[in-house]
Write a new protein. Structure first.
Length: 459
C-alpha cells in the first residue's frame, strides 16, 4: 500500500469539541490521507514522512467542520418571497410555485445551497427534499450529484408527501406521490446511493415531510422501511402551535405522542424544529435519544417561536443546527446559526444562562454529528476521525481585539474561511470554492429562479 500523504497545520488555536472540550492556544494538526493522525500543543512532531504540505495557520482558529442537519435545497430559487407570513400562510403562498420544480432547477438550487454553506465552513450537509412533482425527472440524483461534485459530505433525507389538497393537505394534487410510490422510490434511492462505510460521502435517510402533509400509513410504513434498510429517519416536528392543534384534531393527541404511536421516536430519528415542546415531550425525546435539528433563523423568520434548546440539552436530547430552506432563511449558511442559536435562546426563560459560545459551537459540530448518526466519524477533532475541519481567520479588524477565539467565532461577525477540508481534501481557499465556479452557479440559480417564476405565473 502507498504510504500516507500528510498535511501539517501549525501555529493555530484549536477547539477540538471532544468530550472534554480540549483546546490549544497554539497547536498543530496532522492529516494523513483522509484522517486526523495527531494533534496537540506546540509544533508538529519532527521527522514526519511524506509531508506534501505545511500550513502556517498563525492568526487562525481550527474547528471541526460545521454540520448542517436540516435544509431544503430547492428553496434557493424561491428566496425573498412571502417575507411577512407565518408558516402555514407561507406554505400556502409557495406550494403552487414549488410544485413546478424540475430536475434542472433542483440541480441548480442544490449547487447554490451547497456553495453558500461550503464557503462558510460547512463540511457535512443534508437536504430534506420532499417535493417530487409528476414528470419532474430524477430530482434525488440531481441533488446527490451536486453534492458529490462540490466535495461536501452529504445526507439526502429522501422526503415524500401523499396528503394533497383533495385530502385536506396543502400541496397541489400533482405534486404528491402515492403511498406505494413514495415507499418504492425511497427504497430505490437508499439502495442506489446509501453508503454505510465509515468514510461515506453520501448517505440517505427516510423522511416523510410532516404530520400534516403525509398519511399515518406513510409515517408508519416509512419507519418500518428505514429500519429494515438500516438507515435513519427524519421529519418536521412540533414547529408551530397550528401543528399542535392539527394533531389534536386529527389524531386525538399531540405531535410527540403521535410520533411515538407511529414508531417515530428513537436514536435513529431526528426531527426538525421542535419549537413547541412541553416537559413530557422533552423527556420522551431524551428517553428515546431522538435528535433535534434546531433552526433559529428560520423559526424567527416564520415567527414560529423559540425552541427550548437549553432544556433539551440538560435532559440529554441530541441537538444539532440547521439552516432550513432558504425561502425561510435567505442567508443560506450555517455560521450565523451559531450566533443566532445563542442570542435567540437568551431571549427565552434561561436568559443569559441559556447557551454560551462553546455550547453553540458544539451544536454546530459534534451535536450535528450525533443527530446524523456519525459522531464516531466526524464532529470533533480527534485522532482517527475523518479530516473534516475549518481554518477560521481571526486576526483581521473584525475579530483581532477579541482575546478568546471561540468567543470571536460565535459572537463576532462571520469569520473568513481560509481553508476548509472534507475527507482530507481542501474544498475552500480564502473564502472561495475550489470545486465549483461560484459566478457560474450564481448565474444558473438566477436563471432557474426566473424560469420557475414564469412557469408558476403561467400556471
Amino acid at each position: 500500500m502507498a504510504a500516507a500523504q500528510r498535511i501539517v497545520i501549525e501555529n493555530c488555536s484549536i477547539a477540538t469539541v471532544d468530550a472534554n472540550d480540549t483546546e490549544y492556544a497554539t497547536g498543530h494538526i496532522v492529516i494523513a490521507d483522509n484522517r486526523i493522525e495527531s494533534l496537540g500543543a506546540g509544533k508538529a512532531p519532527e521527522g514526519l514522512e511524506n509531508v506534501v504540505r505545511r500550513i502556517d495557520a498563525t492568526g487562525h482558529l481550527v474547528t471541526p467542520g460545521l454540520i448542517n442537519t436540516h435544509h431544503h435545497f430547492y428553496q434557493w430559487i424561491t428566496r425573498g418571497l412571502a417575507t411577512d407570513h407565518n408558516l402555514f400562510n407561507w406554505l400556502v403562498a409557495l406550494y403552487p410555485t414549488w410544485a413546478r420544480i424540475d430536475e434542472r432547477m433542483a440541480h441548480s438550487a442544490a449547487q447554490g445551497s451547497l456553495a453558500m454553506m461550503a464557503r462558510g465552513g460547512v463540511t457535512t450537509a443534508m437536504d430534506h427534499h420532499y417535493v417530487y412533482p409528476q414528470g419532474s425527472g430524477d430530482l434525488s440524483g440531481a441533488i446527490i450529484g451536486a453534492a458529490r461534485d462540490m466535495g461536501v459530505r452529504f445526507t439526502l433525507a429522501r422526503g415524500s408527501m401523499d396528503r394533497s389538497e383533495k385530502d385536506g393537505g396543502l400541496p397541489p394534487d400533482f405534486a404528491v406521490e402515492t403511498l406505494e410510490g413514495a415507499l418504492a422510490a425511497t427504497e430505490e434511492t437508499v439502495k442506489q446511493y446509501h453508503d454505510a462505510s465509515f468514510d461515506a460521502m453520501t448517505q440517505v435517510a427516510v423522511a416523510p415531510c410532516s404530520p400534516f402533509s403525509v398519511s399515518t400509513e406513510l409515517m408508519r410504513d416509512g419507519a418500518e422501511l428505514a429500519r429494515r434498510l438500516g438507515v435513519r429517519l427524519h421529519t418536521h416536528g412540533s414547529e408551530t402551535v397550528e401543528e399542535e392543534k392539527f394533531c389534536h384534531e386529527l389524531f386525538g393527541m399531540g405531535p410527540t405522542d403521535y410520533f411515538e404511536s407511529t414508531g417515530w421516536l428513537g436514536e435513529d430519528v431526528w426531527m426538525a424544529h421542535c419549537v413547541h415542546m412541553n416537559d413530557s415531550d422533552i423527556a420522551a425525546f431524551a428517553r428515546t435519544r431522538t435528535g433535534v435539528a434546531h433552526c433559529p433563523s428560520s423559526n424567527a423568520r416564520l415567527a414560529a417561536g423559540i425552541a427550548r434548546v437549553p432544556d433539551m440539552l440538560r435532559a440529554g436530547v441530541p441537538v444539532g443546527l440547521g439552516v432550513d430552506g432558504t425561502a425561510s432563511n435567505e442567508s443560506g449558511e450555517l455560521h450565523t446559526e451559531l450566533r443566532n442559536a445563542l442570542l435567540i435562546n437568551r431571549l427565552g426563560a434561561h436568559k443569559e444562562a441559556a447557551l454560551n459560545a462553546r455550547q453553540a459551537l458544539r451544536l454546530g459540530t459534534y451535536g450535528g454529528a450525533q443527530v446524523l448518526g456519525r459522531a464516531a466519524e466526524i464532529g470533533s477533532l480527534e485522532p482517527g476521525k475523518l479530516a473534516d475541519l475549518v481554518l477560521w481567520k481571526l486576526d483581521t479588524l473584525a475579530h483581532a481585539s477579541i482575546a478568546d477565539p471561540v468567543t470571536a467565532l460565535v459572537f463576532g461577525a462571520a469569520a473568513p474561511v481560509t481553508a476548509s477540508f472534507v475527507n482530507g481534501r481542501q474544498i475552500v481557499a480564502d473564502g472561495r470554492l475550489l470545486t465549483a465556479d461560484e459566478d457560474a452557479i450564481a448565474r444558473s440559480t438566477r436563471d432557474e429562479a426566473q424560469r420557475l417564476a414564469r412557469i408558476a405565473a403561467q400556471a
